[in-house]
Design a protein around this ligand. Structure first.
Ligand code: ZN
Ligand code: ZN
Ligand code: ZN
Ligand code: ZN
Ligand code: ZN
Length: 565
C-alpha cells in the first residue's frame, strides 16, 4: 500500500510545503474540551478532538487529554477491503496533533476508546498521523485508530508520524498509512522512543526504528476480529498497570478491533470459562450473589460454583433431610430422630408361675430398639382349699392344703407361699389288724384250713407271713373281704406244735395274730378220729374250690401282681 512516488516535481513541492496543513473542512468546528480538576482535557466529541489538536498546535504542547468516548470524525473512510472510499468529497480533513514547531510533550490517554474516520491526504506533508510529532516526555496510550486514511510525504504513522523519545503504549491502527517519502509505518513513521504493545493490520509497525519496540506486531484482520489483538493490547495495558481494557464483541465488531465502554455487561463475552470474567478484557462482569435461579441448585448459574449449602428439612431415621431450597436429599440419616411410629415386641402376660413383660419398644421406621420394657409381677394363684380328711385303714387321708386351679401347684397355706408336693399332704392309711380268726387252735397234723381276716384293703395285700417268714403262696389262698387269707389244710397239717404268728402284710401295714398247734394226742386214747371231721371239712373246701375254680385262679393271679410290688 505504501507507494513511493519518485517525482522531482513533488520533491520540490515538499520542500515548499513543510508548513503543516491547518485548513479545516466545513463539517467540524473545533471546540476546546473541558478539563478536569487536574487540568486534563476531556475529549468526548470530534469537535473537541479538533479543538485539542488546535490547542496543541498553537503552542500548548504539554496539554494532557483523555478520551471519554469513541470519536467518529468521518464515516466510511475505508471500504471493506481497506482501500479509500471512492467519494472523499464529504470528508473532513484531519490535522495531526503536534508538528515540528509544536512537539507534543503531554500525556494522551485514549482509555480504550477508538478514533474513527481520520482522513489526511497530502503527499507533500511530513509528520502525519493521529499525532504528527511526539517529543520527549510525551505519551500516547490506549487508543485505537480505525477507519482512517493517512497519506503524507515522510514520517507518516497511524498513531504518530515521528516519535522523538516519547512513549507509545497499547495502541493500534487498522487504518491505511501511505507516504511518498521515507519512514512510513502503521504505528509510527520514524520511531525513536519506546513502543510497547501496539498492533496494526497491514504494513509495518514502524517505518524506521531507533529505539525499543516491545510486544508489537502485525496481525491479520481475522486476529483483529477474533479478539486476539484485543487480548494482546490488554496484556500490554495490564503490564503498564493501566485500569482500562480493550474489549470486543466477537462477531459484531468483526472488522476492525473496537474498544468499548460497553453499555451493558452483556456486550462482554463470558463463555469459556464461565467465570464472571470477560474472556477478552478480563473485566469482572457480575457476581455470584443471587444468581441461582434456574435450576435452584445452590450453584451459580454462570460459573457453577457452589454458592450455598443445603439447608433446612429434617432428617429422620429412615430419610435424609430434604433441602428447603432445592428439594434434594442431603446429609445423613438421623438415627436419633425416629419416625413411622413405634411397636411393642416381646410383651407377655404375667401368670401365677411366671412374671410378665411389658415388652420392648421398637421404631417401626428403622427397627431400632428404643426402650426396654419392665417385668410385670406374677399373678396370685387361684387357690382352692382342700379340707383335711382323716385316714382310715383302707383309705389315706390328707392334711388341709390349697391347690391353684391355674397352675395346679399345691400349697400348705392359703396365701400360696409355701409350695408343697401333693405327697406331703397324704396321711397314711391306719395300720390294719386281724378282725377275724384270732385265737384259733388246732392239733398238730390236723388237716384243717385256718382263715384270718385283715381289715386292710384287699387291693393293698402284699403277702402272707408265718413266724416272720414269707409264706409260699402255694400254701394259702387270699381273697377279698377285706383281706382274707386261708392257710391250706395240707400245709396246716405240717405245722409244728406250738404258737405260730400269722401276718397279713398290706401296704398299709401288717396285721398279725397267733394261733396254737397243739401236740397230737396219744392214738390209743382217742375215741373218735379227729380226722373224720377234718376230712369232711377238707372235702367241702375242695368242692368249693372246683365250683369256683376260675374265680380262685383270678384271685391268685391278682395276688401275684400285688406281691410283685
Ligand atoms: Zn470485556
Ligand atoms: Zn458464579
Ligand atoms: Zn439444597
Ligand atoms: Zn427409627
Ligand atoms: Zn397358680
Amino acid at each position: 500500500m505504501k507507494k513511493r512516488i519518485l517525482s522531482i516535481v513533488l520533491t520540490l513541492c515538499m520542500v515548499l510545503m513543510l508548513v503543516p496543513t491547518t485548513a479545516f473542512a466545513e463539517g467540524i468546528t473545533p471546540a476546546t474540551p473541558q478539563t478536569d480538576t487536574d487540568g486534563v482535557y476531556q475529549i468526548g466529541t470530534a469537535e473537541e478532538l479538533y479543538g485539542f489538536a488546535q490547542l496543541v498546535n498553537n503552542g500548548n504542547t504539554s496539554a494532557s487529554a483523555v478520551l471519554t468516548a469513541d470519536i467518529i470524525v468521518n464515516k466510511g473512510v475505508l471500504k471493506a477491503d481497506g482501500t479509500l472510499a471512492d467519494d472523499t468529497s464529504g470528508f473532513t480533513s484531519w490535522t495531526p496533533i503536534g508538528n515540528k514547531s509544536n512537539r507534543y510533550t503531554g500525556k494522551f490517554d485514549g482509555q480504550g476508546h477508538t478514533i474513527s474516520g481520520l482522513y489526511f491526504n497530502d503527499a507533500s506533508t511530513n509528520y502525519v498521523g493521529l499525532f504528527g510529532f511526539l517529543y520527549s516526555g510525551g505519551e500516547i496510550k490506549n487508543v485505537g485508530v480505525i477507519d482512517s486514511y493517512f497519506v503524507g510525504w515522510g514520517q507518516v504513522g497511524g498513531v504518530c508520524g515521528l516519535n522523538d523519545r516519547g512513549a507509545i503504549t497499547g495502541c493500534y491502527n487498522t487504518g491505511s498509512v501511505n507516504g511518498s517519502g521515507s519512514n512510513v509505518g502503521g504505528v509510527c513513521g520514524y520511531n525513536a522512543g519506546p513502543i510497547t504493545g501496539c498492533y496494526i493490520n497491514n504494513g509495518g509497525v514502524y517505518g524506521k526504528n531507533a529505539s525499543i519496540v516491545t510486544d508489537c506486531d502485525v496481525k491479520s484482520d481475522e486476529e483483529f476480529a477474533n479478539s486476539t489483538v484485543c487480548k494482546l493490547l490488554d496484556t500490554a495495558l495490564q503490564n503498564a498497570s493501566s485500569d482500562v481494557r480493550f474489549c470486543q464483541r466477537i462477531g459484531k465488531d468483526a472488522s476492525p478491533l473496537l474498544t468499548y465502554q460497553f453499555d451493558s455487561i452483556d456486550d462482554h463475552t463470558d463463555d469459556n470459562p464461565k467465570d464472571h470474567i470477560c474472556d477478552i478484557c478480563g473485566e469482572r462482569l457480575s457476581d455470584h450473589t443471587g444468581i441461582d435461579e434456574n435450576p435452584k441448585d445452590h450453584l451459580c448459574d454462570i460459573c457453577r460454583e457452589t454458592l450455598s449449602n443445603h439447608t433446612g428439612g429434617e432428617a429422620t431415621c429412615t430419610a435424609k433431610a430434604e433441602c428447603e431450597y432445592c428439594g434434594a436429599e442431603y446429609g445423613e440419616l438421623d438415627s436419633s430422630n425416629h419416625t413411622g411410629g413405634t411397636e411393642i415386641r416381646g410383651a407377655k402376660d404375667a401368670t401365677c408361675t411366671e412374671e410378665g413383660y411389658t415388652g420392648d419398644t421398637y421404631c417401626k421406621g428403622c427397627g431400632a430398639k428404643l426402650s426396654i420394657g419392665t417385668a410385670i409381677n406374677m399373678l396370685d394363684h387361684n387357690l382352692e382349699k382342700i379340707s383335711a380328711k382323716d385316714a382310715t385303714v383302707t383309705e389315706t387321708g390328707n392334711t388341709e392344703y390349697w391347690q391353684c386351679k391355674d397352675c395346679g401347684k399345691y400349697f400348705a397355706d392359703e396365701n400360696g407361699t409355701d409350695e408343697i408336693a401333693l405327697d406331703d399332704t397324704v396321711i397314711s392309711k391306719l395300720p390294719p389288724e386281724i378282725i377275724e380268726g384270732k385265737g384259733q387252735s388246732i392239733t398238730a397234723g390236723e388237716k384243717k384250713e385256718l382263715t384270718f381276716k385283715s381289715n386292710a384293703a384287699f387291693s393293698d395285700f402284699i403277702r402272707a407271713r408265718l413266724d416272720g417268714k414269707t409264706l409260699d403262696e402255694k400254701n394259702y389262698i387270699v381273697k377279698e373281704g377285706s383281706t382274707i387269707v386261708t392257710l391250706k389244710a395240707d400245709y396246716v397239717a405240717t405245722l409244728s406244735a406250738g404258737e405260730h404268728t400269722i401276718g397279713i402284710v398290706s401296704e398299709s401295714g401288717t396285721a398279725t395274730t397267733t394261733f396254737i398247734v397243739n401236740a397230737k394226742a396219744v392214738v390209743g386214747n382217742d375215741t373218735k378220729s379227729p380226722q373224720t371231721g377234718n376230712n369232711s371239712h377238707m372235702t367241702l373246701w375242695i368242692a368249693l374250690l372246683f365250683m369256683s375254680g376260675a374265680g380262685v385262679i383270678g384271685t391268685t393271679v391278682y395276688g401275684k401282681k400285688k406281691r410283685a410290688k
